[in-house]
Design a protein around this ligand. Sequence first.
Ligand code: TPP
Length: 561
Amino acid sequence: MTRPRPRSESPATDFSVALLDEFVRLGVRDLVLCPGSRSQALALAAAEFERLGALTLHVRIDERVAGFVALGLAAESRRPVLVVSTSGTAVANLHPAVLEAHHSGVPVIVLSADRPDELRGIGANQTTEQRGIFGPQIPTTDVPAPTGAEREPEYAARIARDAVASARGAVHVNLSFREPLSAAITLDGVDTEWTAPASATPIEPVALEPAAGTVVVAGHDAGDAAERLARELGAPLLAEVSSGARFGPNLVVAYRELLAEPGFGDEVRRAIVVGHPTLSREIPALLHRPDVEVVVVRGRTSEPYDPGRTARIVDAIAVHGEPERSWARPWVGRWVAASRMLLEQPSTAPPIDASRSSTPAEQSAYAKHVLAELRRPVDRRMLVEAVWAATWPHDRLVLGASRLIREADRVVPGKRIRVHANRGLAGIDGTVSTATGIDLAVGAEREAAGAARGVTRVLLGDLTLLHDQGGLGLVPGEPTPRLQVIVGNDGGGTIFDGLEVAASADTAALERVMLTPQRVDLAALAAAHGWEYRRAATRSELDQALTASELPVLIEVPLER
Ligand SMILES: Cc1ncc(C[n+]2csc(CCOP(=O)(O)OP(=O)(O)O)c2C)c(N)n1
C-alpha cells in the first residue's frame, strides 16, 4: 500500500517521494547520488528520507565513482542499492559499474533523470538518447514525465516494485521530469517495515552421487556451499581466492600445478562448477576436455560459466549417498597433501636454538639473521601472504584485477574471510570506489549490531589504483571509510609481461602500449586527498604499515618488475 502524501507544487517531487516510499518499503536502504539539476526532485526527496532515518545517502561528485560505490554497497549488503544521476554524460559514466553489476549479479538500480518527450531530439541542452544507453543486456524502463495525475503515486510504486523484482543485476529506470523540477517538502514519516520476500520459485535441486574422479571448482562468489559440496561429494576443492569457499579440509590451493600433473588432473572425470572461475587457464582447459563431465550450478551471474558449451546447467545440487572411504580418502588426501608440498617454501626463519645460545658469536649471528629477515625487500608472494595473514573475519579484503590477485590465488592458504573482487568483467576500474561501498555497508551493519569495526583492505597494482583516483576523494559530511589501500607499485601494468606477446613483440613498443609506465608521486596523491601515506619496502615496514591505525591510508609497496 502506498502511503498517502499531501501533494506539493511539483509533480516531479511527488513522483520521486512515491518512488522512494516504495523502494524503502521493499528494503532498499542506500542511495548514492551525484549532483545535477534534472535529478533534483529525486535528490532532495532522498535527503528528506535520510533526515527521517529511512535511507542512507552517499553523495559523490563523479558518477563513475558513484556507480562503483553503489556496486560495493550492494555486493556487501546483498540488498538493491539506488544510484541517482542527472541527464547526459552523467548517465554514461555509470556504464562501467552497471556492466560489472550485470555480469556479477549484484543488484544496482540506476535512476537517471531525463528531459520530457517534447525536449528530446531537438538539440536540447544535456539531452541524449538515454533509453537503452547501457546496451541490449540492460533494458530501460522509460517513465514519462509526471503530470500530477491522481494515480501517479501508485504508478511510481509499481515502477519501484518491478525494479526490485528484476534486480538480479543492474536495472535502469529513466525518469523524465518537467518544470517545476522540484518543490520544498517536509515528510511526516516513512514506512520502513520490511520482510525479506520469499524466493518466488522454489529451486529444484538435481541429485548427484559421490564418485571417484570428481572435483569441485569454486570460482568467484561461489560461497561457502561449495565447500560443503566438496566434502559431501568426497571431492578436492579447487577454490579461487575470491570464491568465498577458500577453506576447509578438501581445499587444494595449488590446483593449477596439479591439474597439469599425471595422477591428478588426468584422473578427473567429473567437474562441478560453482561461481565464476576467472583466474587460471587450467580450469577452462579442464572444462573443455571431452573425458570430463561438467555440471555447472547456476549462480548470481547473468551467464552460467560453460566454456566447453557442453555442461549440464543446474539450479542446485543435492548429494545422495556418502562418499566411500575406500576411494574418497586417497583421492582427496592425495590432492590436499600434494598441494601443501608444492606450496612449502624453504624456511627463512632463523634457527630457534641460536636465540638461546650463550656464545656471543652465535647470538650475534642470530641477531643478524633476524635483521636480514626483517629487511628483506617485499616481493609479491610476501605481500599477498602478509595481507592475507593480517585480515580477519571482521575485516574485508578487496582484490584489484592486477597480478596480485593471481599471486594470492596461487599461494594463500585456507582462511574463512570475506574477499571481494570485481570479477564480472575483471576491469581495473572502480576498485577503490567499490571498496568504499563495501566498507560503508560493513560499517552500517556492524554499527547496527553494536559490533567492533575492522578495516577494508584493498590490494591492487599501480595502474588499477590510478584508474580510480577519483575514488580516493573524501567528501566533507560523508563518513570516512576505514580503508587500507595497498598498492604494489611496479611502475605500470606488468601483468602483460606474462603474455606470449611479450616474447615476440618489440620491447619498446610493448613498454609504450601495454606496460604504460607511470611515475605518479603516490605520497602527494595521498596528501592531496587527505589520506595517510606509508611506504613499505621491507618485511618489517610492511607489517608495521598493515597494523597502523590511521585510516584511510595508502600503503605503497615498491615491487620489482
Ligand atoms: C577498465 C580496464 N581497462 C583495461 C584493462 C586491461 N588490463 C588488465 S590488467 C591491466 C594492467 C594492470 O596494471 P596494474 O594494476 O599496475 O597491475 P600489474 O599488472 O602491474 O600487476 C590492464 C590495463 C582492464 N582489465 N580493465
